[in-house]
Design a protein around this ligand. Structure first.
Ligand code: F6P
Length: 371
């Protein structure tokens, strides 16, 4: 039921891993809010500004005026800072006996905003941040979420901002690797981000003309990958490019975990590319090299698509609040931006559907998926 309470002051925060376009959302929110006569504040580093106001000279929130957001649309990162640690729904606290327990700190967030007379929050983030936003909305706060992640693994929106920039960079990187791979007759393995979903690997791999793509949704058989490379060799194609998502998993083995999950922090992945390089070197006798794109995918200026999506999301989030909505996420449903309940987004993940036409396109083009 839309709220009729007028808005005078809103806050905005950015949570989780950064993604190109965050600053564009911030600018669109601030300008759209100021144009309605609202005041706008930015929370420092996820919810840290609220949970630890004493750490910040400005008390954890910064007043956002036009000057603060001028000329930031094209900048990567976030002027507010972000964190993917310390989920306030399960905040890790070390006990005197050395054990770690979790506490729900969302009531502190609600009180902080009430104390500072913040009427509503626009929370920009991925699955984790939007789950927190959903919990805050359930506690009565007026909250609108904005979907962000380079991984594109959020449900109920055609796409998240940040994804297009990451895919564009990965595609350009793959383009550049063709010539060196061919000149040296090598197999190049390109590892990209994508913890649980293989959207970046799939889109960049197909667009960049990769010969094999390994994604978390399709457990791979290293023998079938080796067969593909041998087949290319027998056809006189002495080089190959293999794109692998960091969360790809062999049918008979484990994902490549650098650091296991801890309370309040997801596991850290990395190294599957090098593992695959070594294995296919052994199986095929080919010389191999590994390129890890990693955090390069999160940097740089957002593409036109991401900028526009981010600006549209930011402006739509303000309109949603003005229309009295809460507990919703702005979402791209081509060609429009819609509002979807946060309840339908929180705690869900959008994996690559194995029957989607993009996977089918890859198969039709002869790309090996390792199955
Ligand atoms: O933004 C999501 C993501 O890009 C994942 O694909 C990756 O596993 C993770 O971030 C890495 O985040 P960080 O190194 O910042 O903890």
């Amino acid at each position: 039921m839309p709220s009729a309470q007028p808005i005078r002051r809103i806050a905005i925060n950015t949570g989780g891993g950064d993604a190109p376009g965050l600053n564009a959302v911030i600018r669109a929110v601030v300008v759209s809010a100021l144009n309605r006569g609202w005041e706008c504040y930015g929370v420092r580093e996820g919810f840290n500004g609220v949970l630890f106001p004493e750490r910040y000279p400005d008390g954890g929130m910064v007043r956002l005026n036009r000057d603060r957001v001028r000329g930031i649309t094209h900048l990567g990162g976030t002027i507010l800072g972000t964190t993917n640690k310390g989920n306030p729904l399960a905040y890790p606290l070390r006990m005197p006996d050395g054990s770690v327990q979790t506490v729900d700190r969302t009531d502190e967030i609600v009180s902080y905003f009430a104390k500072h007379e913040i009427d509503a929050l626009i929370s920009i983030g991925g699955d984790g941040s939007l789950t927190i936003a959903h919990a805050l909305a359930q506690k009565g706060m007026r909250v609108v979420g904005v979907p962000k992640t380079i991984d594109n693994d959020l449900d109920k929106t055609n796409t998240t901002f940040g994804f297009d920039t990451a895919v564009s960079f990965a595609t350009e990187s793959i383009d550049r690797l063709h010539s060196t791979a061919e000149s040296h007759q090598r197999v190049m393995v390109i590892e990209v981000m994508g913890r649980y979903a293989g959207w970046i690997a799939l889109h960049a791999g197909i667009s960049g003309g990769a010969h094999a793509i390994l994604i978390p949704e399709i457990p791979f058989d290293i023998e079938s990958l080796a067969d593909k490379l041998r087949e290319r060799e027998s056809q006189g194609r002495f080089y190959s490019l293999v794109v692998v998502a960091e969360g790809a998993q062999p049918i008979d083995g484990q994902r490549a975990i650098v650091e296991p999950a801890e309370i309040g922090q997801a596991e850290r992945l990395g190294g599957i590319g090098e593992r695959i390089s070594r294995a296919i070197g052994k199986l095929t006798g080919k010389e191999t090299r590994t390129v890890v794109l990693g955090h390069l995918l999160r940097g740089g200026s957002p593409t036109t698509f991401d900028r526009l999506a981010a600006l549209r999301f930011g402006a739509a989030a303000v309109r949603a609040l003005e229309e009295g909505h809460s507990g919703v996420m702005v979402a791209l449903h081509h060609p429009n931006v819609m509002y979807v309940p946060l309840a339908e987004v929180a705690g869900r993940m959008k994996a690559v559907p194995l029957d989607c036409d993009t996977v089918q396109t890859g198969r039709d083009l002869g790309i090996c998926f390792g199955d």
